[in-house]
Ligand binder design. Structure first.
Ligand code: PKZ
Length: 191
């Protein structure tokens, strides 16, 4: 397991990237400010490009003790309570995940659940599995910028099949989304 303690600056870099994603998404800057911001981002790319590594050495997504696992793609679950069978926590979807009219983009929710349910599917010594399907029911809009409650647990395991379910509730306590994922354990040598 890669150690977040040895890569604190990288963890902070990814947090800064998340903040930049939210800020860029919500900004309507004058042209000169947009150009300056672009030049800053291009400088970041120039600085980091020489340090590109193979997938096996990659840090993003693999610093698993960090909220968000140092990966800027999926929304971050802040875990309050967890076991190998369940997890409870909080989620705030930033401006980056806005779809429209204050509601989260519909694609951001399965992205979130693939990560959360997938990690549970693989936890508890169950080993690596892949998403076979992810069924998401949108019951009410999921608001951005507000603290949401998340719960997920392993529903059942049938041979190689792991069924994992999860919910999101808004600050009023209303269910906004429920989801079920089927994760199939990989056979030896299966990519
Ligand atoms: C991942 C490693 C990263 C490591 C990083 C470290 C961090 C670690 C945490 C990562 C947390 C994120 C986790 C994300 C995980 C992905 O997002 S993976 C990417 C998205 N998923 C994919 O690309 C999967 C593509 N599909 C496949 O590879 C294969 O179709 C599968 C899913 C492995 C299944 O194929 P298979 O192994 O040949 O299985 P097969 O024998 O066909 O089926 C087995 C059983 O499942 C059932 N089944 C299969 N598919 C379906 C389906 N769609 N519907 C219903 N039943 C189905 C079959 O009917 C069968 O049932 P039984 O007959 O046994 O009752």
């Amino acid at each position: 397991m890669k150690s977040a303690a040895e890569h604190r600056e990288f963890v902070d870099l990814v947090e800064a990237l998340r903040a930049a994603q939210d800020t860029i998404t919500g900004a309507s800057p004058p042209e000169d400010v947009a150009r300056k911001a672009r030049e800053g981002l291009e400088e970041v790319t120039r600085l980091l490009a020489p340090f590109t590594v193979s997938e096996a050495e990659q840090l993003a997504g693999y610093l698993i003790t960090e909220p968000g696992h140092a990966q800027a793609l999926a929304p971050v679950l802040h875990v309050d309570e967890s076991s190998t069978e369940h997890v409870r926590g909080r989620l705030v979807l930033g401006r980056y995940y806005l779809g429209g009219n204050g509601a989260a983009h519909g694609g951001s929710i399965p992205l979130f659940f693939d990560d959360v349910l997938g990690r549970l599917a693989n936890d508890g010594g169950r080993g690596t599995s892949r998403t076979a399907y992810l069924h998401v029911n949108y019951r009410k809009i999921t608001p951005v910028g507000q603290e949401l409650r998340v719960e997920a647990h392993v529903d059942r395991v049938e041979g190689r099949k792991r069924f994992v379910v999860g919910t999101i509730h808004d600050p009023e306590g209303d269910l906004t989304v429920d989801a079920e994922g089927l994760f199939v354990a990989l056979r030896p040598g299966q990519p």
